[in-house]
Unconditional design. Structure first.
Lengths: 162, 156
């Protein structure tokens, strides 16, 4: 695969390199009959020049031919990976059990503060108002919780706060 | 931006290796009145994902796997007022005794664990988490209407 690098080795020192990118041993980008396979690649470039060594790593994705792409739309795969990690919200996993001495009915109301919201919850609660959720339950000694809305009996309410 | 390192620092939390952390946490949960069943469930706590209308235990995410992703772990429990500031619970039963245990933790590398000199396993064993979480003897009383909530949050 041909590659063109425009690099600034030190401030003001620009070099342009036309290279052929190839893998060391096996060419994973081609099938046995030589057909190119779409996929991602990762490469290393070492430039040894007048005693100073410059190294860089690069990665890319082969794009299907015949389409025009604006260079602005292309994002490095590793940047994407990092974005995915950063954008994953911090989630508190909460497990609520009720131990009652006798069978009785009760409402359990969860109120989320301004910067928190509900993730997954089970059984699914009723939304009373924004950031306020309610379970109407019949609780039993031994820990069984009957949730009428979803007709579920469980030993705990599970919810996530994000 | 809040620096997550401040959430768990040597002044309010403790750090130790993952190997030491699990037995230590079992001990702390015991002191906080959790039954063996509840302690085990807490540590292995399977988180759930909803598939269709079914709730399925998630195979990829549970507390044990989250803990074991780190060589060292710094942790602390939050006070009831801090927990209520995020999610408040009310129950229409009188009287109702709440025990809310909210564990926050983060992974540390071997360099970072050095910052917790003087806040390691030995010091953690001597720490009174009961006071922080507002634990009372009544939370073991089967004649009481009790709510036990356990939460785990990994800060990154």
């Amino acid at each position: 695969m041909p590659g063109i690098f425009n690099l600034e080795l030190t401030p003001g020192q620009h070099v342009a390199l036309d290279v052929t990118v190839s893998s060391d041993e096996l060419d994973m980008s081609r099938m046995e009959d030589g057909t190119l396979v779409d996929g991602m690649f990762w490469g290393k470039l070492d430039i040894v020049h007048s005693g100073d060594t410059h190294t860089m790593e690069f990665s890319g994705t082969r794009l299907p031919p015949g389409h025009e792409y604006s260079p602005d739309l292309l994002i490095d795969q590793r940047v994407m990976t990092k974005l995915a990690v950063v954008s994953k919200p911090t989630t508190a996993k909460c497990n609520l059990t009720i131990l009652a001495p006798i069978v009785q009915y009760c409402d359990v109301v969860l109120t989320f503060a301004q910067f928190w919201r509900l993730g997954i919850a089970w059984p699914p609660p009723e939304e009373v108002e924004e950031n306020k959720l309610k379970y109407f339950l019949r609780v039993h000694p031994g820990g069984a919780l009957e949730h009428f809305e979803s007709e579920v009996v469980s030993t705990a309410l599970y919810y996530e706060a994000m | 931006m809040v620096d997550p390192n401040n959430f768990i620092a040597p002044r309010n939390g403790f750090a130790m290796s993952f190997r030491d952390f699990i037995p230590h946490l079992m001990n702390v949960l015991d002191q906080l009145g959790m039954s063996m069943h509840a302690r085990t469930a807490f540590i292995k706590c399977v988180s759930f994902s909803i598939i269709g209308t079914l709730l399925m235990p998630s195979l990829v995410s549970n507390n044990m796997s989250a803990f074991s992703a780190h060589k060292n772990i710094a942790y602390r429990f939050l006070s009831p007022s801090k927990i209520a500031a995020a999610v408040d619970i009310s129950v229409t039963a009188e009287p109702c005794l709440f025990t809310r245990l909210f564990l926050i933790f983060r992974g540390l590398n071997d360099d970072e664990v050095g910052e917790f000199d003087g806040a390691g396993e030995k010091e953690a064993n001597a720490h009174n988490w009961r006071e922080i979480v507002g634990w009372s003897e009544d939370s073991k009383d089967p004649e009481q209407f009790r709510v036990l909530e356990t939460s785990v949050l990994e800060v990154t």
